[in-house]
Design a protein around this ligand. Structure first.
Ligand SMILES: [Zn+2]
Length: 437
């Protein structure tokens, strides 16, 4: 009788697991924590980036002061990150991805030891999640000096240190992580994670000039891993801190050198039925890129979904994303954006993260029915001429920012950055839109 009961329980567990049609995973990135954050600290200062709040104001100061949970020109207080952990725990997700950037953005104050201790802190917090596997990814601030990545052997000790911090979530074969910060992992049968080091295609990386040999090496590694996944009938998610393609903030340089971006595009073109999506952070905005074929630049072959920052800087909310996926095809079935506004939380209250929007409800009026390259292509095509669609995209891109105050030049940058394609097409798009008004 007892055996029968055990068999029944095992069957029920197996049955419920195998019949689950949809799963969820959560992506959190760009924590940008500040160990010196002071509640009541000076918010208005001359600092070039969001990095005030470390000093108490002088007695004659009449400006804004840093709140308990965060402030608009500041990095993140530790207590805000600690507050999100139980929120993540409650989401019934299958795994969480930390897409990098634990340290403060005040990079000139962050020593190498500091950068390691910030990453350790994030790992300790994520380790509090019960029964939720973590997929760690390195960001450009996770090393000091920041934006100084290579894989010529000179950083092996750093990558080994990172692997040691994250070891409880890494597979046994991590030779590539030890040398270059990239690795392959699978925690769900049928789904392969390829974790990239996209700092080495970022023009901000001081050690990398244009198309690097390291990036060529990474793409060769990706090619062989994706081929293996395809042969095994697996689907692939690509994770990389820095997205590919153009920046919405400037005409030049791009987020990732164009030749390197096109190498990733070629892989998406080569394996359209195996690679589901690339996932990134780094820009601090909620956005996406559509990747086109490298021959005609007209056929959507891939996508890069970009999640907003956890740090609530520049008057934005603190955010994370939850992706819904089909547990058989591993297609992304929806995107849920969660935000918290830590500025208005009283001292005796705690911040609450709430769902701000979901992708399919937002874009259904524009004929978008799924989250895949050909559906995102519909948005990329319509947004250049449809002002209402641009407003909707912008309200999600940077919540709390006023769309009416965006210049036409800035709007055009955002619109023309959506496609990942040749430089000539990007320039043509900007010239055309800029000449219209
Ligand atoms: Zn970054």
């Amino acid at each position: 009788m007892k055996n029968l009961l055990i068999i029944s329980v095992i069957f029920l567990i197996f049955y419920s697991a195998s019949s689950k049609q949809y799963g969820k995973f959560l992506v959190i990135n760009d924590a940008h924590l500040d160990k010196n954050y002071k509640e009541g600290g000076t918010v208005q200062c001359d600092s070039p980036c969001a990095c005030c709040c470390d000093d108490m104001p002088p007695s004659n100061y009449t400006g804004q002061t840093a709140g308990k949970w965060g402030s608009s020109k500041c990095n993140t207080p530790f207590r805000l990150f600690e507050q999100v952990i139980p929120v993540v725990q409650q989401q019934q997700i299958d795994f969480v991805v930390f897409l990098g950037d634990a340290p403060s953005m005040a990079f000139w104050e962050v020593t190498y030891e500091d950068s390691i201790s910030y990453v350790k802190y994030v790992a300790q917090q994520l380790a509090k999640l019960v029964d939720i596997p973590v997929v760690p990814v390195i960001g450009n601030h996770d090393y000091s000096p920041s934006d100084f990545f290579t894989c010529d052997g000179s950083m092996d000790n750093y990558y080994k240190t990172m692997a040691d911090i994250y070891k409880q979530w890494l597979p046994s074969d991590i030779a590539s992580f030890h040398h270059c910060g990239w690795y392959s992992n699978s925690i769900i049968p049928g789904l392969r994670f390829l974790i990239m080091n996209t700092m080495i295609c970022d023009p901000a990386d001081i050690l990398i000039l244009h198309e690097s040999e390291e990036m060529t090496e990474q793409c060769k590694w990706l090619d062989s891993e994706i081929q293996k996944a395809k042969d095994n009938g697996e689907k692939v998610y690509l994770f990389g801190h820095v997205p590919i393609g153009q920046s919405t903030q400037r005409i030049y340089p791009p987020l990732c050198w164009t030749n390197s971006s096109l190498k990733i595009a070629q892989l998406m073109e080569k394996y359209p039925d195996t690679i589901v999506s690339m996932f990134s952070g780094h820009t601090h905005f909620s956005e996406f890129r559509v990747v086109y074929d490298t021959k005609t630049s007209k056929i959507p072959v891939g996508m890069n979904l970009i999640s907003p920052s956890f740090v609530p800087e520049a008057s934005r909310y603190s955010g994370f994303r939850i992706y819904d996926y089909n547990t058989q095809s591993f297609e992304i079935t929806n995107i849920h954006q969660w935000y918290s506004n830590p500025y208005s939380v009283g001292d005796d209250q705690i911040p609450v993260w709430e769902k701000h929007f979901d992708f399919l409800s937002d874009y259904k009026d524009y004929g978008v029915e799924k989250v895949n390259p050909s559906e995102l292509d519909k948005i990329a095509k319509q947004i250049t001429t449809n002002e209402d669609l641009f407003k909707l995209y912008y309200q999600r891109y940077a919540p709390r920012w006023n769309v009416d105050s965006v210049t036409e030049a800035k709007k055009n940058l955002i619109k023309c950055s959506l496609p990942v394609t040749k430089n000539s097409i990007y320039t043509e798009c900007l010239n055309k839109l800029n000449s219209e008004k």
